[in-house]
Ligand binder design. Structure first.
Ligand SMILES: Cc1cc2nc3c(=O)[nH]c(=O)nc-3n(C[C@H](O)[C@H](O)[C@H](O)COP(=O)(O)OP(=O)(O)OC[C@H]3O[C@@H](n4cnc5c(N)ncnc54)[C@H](O)[C@@H]3O)c2cc1C
Length: 264
C-alpha cells in the first residue's frame, strides 16, 4: 500500500471540502482498501465518511424508499421498512458477500465502485432509481457509464439513492461461489413505470434487456421470460462461464426472478 493522508470529517460540508487534489472518499473500504493493498489504486488522501451521520439511514414514504449512501448492506437487509416496501431490495442486500462484508460495505460505495458483477446496480436500473449527490440528481439509466465507471465527477459525493416502490419485484443471481458476486444476476420489477429487467455480471456494466421486458409486458410469467433467447454477441465470457452460457443464464435467472416476484 502506498502512503496517504487520512481525514474523518463529521459533516457533509467538511467531507466535500476535504476532497482536494488526488483525494478519495472511503466508505466501508471493502473494495477500495483491497485495491490499495494490492497497489492497484493509490490516493494522496482518504476522506473517511464513517463519521458523517447524515449519510446514514432509511426513509420510506408511500412511493419511495430512500437510503443514505453510508447505509450498510446489513442495515438494508435487516430493515423492516425495506422488507415491507421492497422485499427484493432487502433480500438483494442480504445476499451480498458474507456477514463481515455486509457489516462494512455501503450502498454508496457499491454503486460508486460500479463493479460489473455487483448486485446493487441491478436494483438501481431494475427499479428506475435516482442517485442524489451533493450537486444533482442522476437517474440510474445515466449513472453507470462503463467498467468501474460512473457519471460522478471528481469529488462528487453520493448522498442517497431513491428507489420507487414497485408492485412486484425480485432479484435472483447465479453466484460465483467464493465471492458471491453475480456470474449473472437479474432484477425484475413491475410497477408504475412498466416492466424493467436489469442484468449484472454479464457485460462491462449493468444493462436492461428490452426483449425480456417486452415479453413480460405481454405476459408477466416465468415462461415468457425463459422463452426469450438472449444473443451472446457482446456478453462477457471468462473461466467461470462462456458468453453463450451467461447469455442463456439471463433468461433462466429472469424467469426465476418472475417466479419469486409472483410468489410474494
Ligand atoms: C469478499 C467480497 C465479496 C463481495 N461480494 C459482493 C457481492 O456478492 N455483491 C456485491 O454487490 N458486492 C460484493 N462485494 C463488494 C461489496 O459490496 C463492497 O461493499 C462494495 O463494493 C464497496 O462498498 P464500500 O462501502 O466498501 O466502498 P469503498 O470500498 O470504501 O469505496 C469504493 C469506491 O466508492 C467510492 N465511494 C464510496 N462512497 C462514496 C460516496 N458516498 N460518494 C462517492 N464515492 C464514494 C470510494 O471513493 C471508492 O472509489 C464483495 C466484496 C468483498 C470484499
Amino acid at each position: 500500500m502506498y502512503s496517504f493522508d487520512y481525514q474523518r470529517p463529521t459533516d457533509r460540508a467538511a467531507a466535500t471540502a476535504a476532497m482536494k487534489g488526488d483525494a478519495r472518499y472511503l466508505a466501508g473500504g471493502q473494495s477500495l482498501v483491497q485495491a490499495m493493498k494490492l497497489r492497484l489504486s493509490s490516493s494522496e488522501r482518504l476522506v473517511d465518511l464513517s463519521g458523517v451521520a447524515e449519510l446514514k439511514g432509511i426513509k420510506v414514504d408511500a412511493s419511495n424508499v430512500v437510503i443514505g449512501s453510508m447505509t450498510t448492506h446489513a442495515a438494508v437487509a435487516a430493515s423492516a421498512e425495506v422488507q415491507r416496501a421492497i422485499p427484493a431490495l432487502a433480500e438483494l442486500a442480504g445476499g451480498i458477500a458474507d456477514q463481515m462484508v455486509r457489516n462494512m460495505g455501503t450502498l454508496g460505495g457499491s454503486i460508486a465502485n460500479a463493479d460489473p458483477a455487483a448486485c446493487y446496480p441491478a436494483a438501481l436500473l431494475g427499479l428506475g432509481a435516482t442517485v442524489t449527490t451533493n450537486q444533482r440528481s442522476i437517474p440510474a439509466e445515466r449513472f453507470f457509464t462503463g467498467l468501474y465507471e460512473t457519471a460522478l465527477q471528481p469529488g462528487e459525493l453520493i448522498t442517497a439513492v431513491s428507489f420507487p416502490i414497485p408492485q412486484k419485484a425480485a432479484y435472483v443471481k447465479f453466484k460465483q461461489p467464493a465471492s458471491r458476486f453475480a456470474l449473472v444476476g437479474v432484477f425484475v420489477s413491475q410497477g408504475a413505470g412498466g416492466v424493467k429487467v436489469a442484468v449484472t455480471g454479464a457485460k462491462s456494466t449493468v444493462f436492461r434487456v428490452k426483449a425480456i421486458e417486452d415479453a413480460l409486458t405481454a405476459s408477466f410469467t416465468p415462461e415468457a421470460a425463459k422463452a426469450v433467447k438472449v444473443l451472446s454477441t457482446d456478453i462477457n465470457g471468462d473461466m467461470h462461464g462462456s458468453a453463450e452460457y451467461r447469455a442463456a443464464m439471463i433468461s433462466v435467472m429472469a424467469s426465476r426472478a418472475v417466479s419469486a416476484a409472483l410468489s410474494r
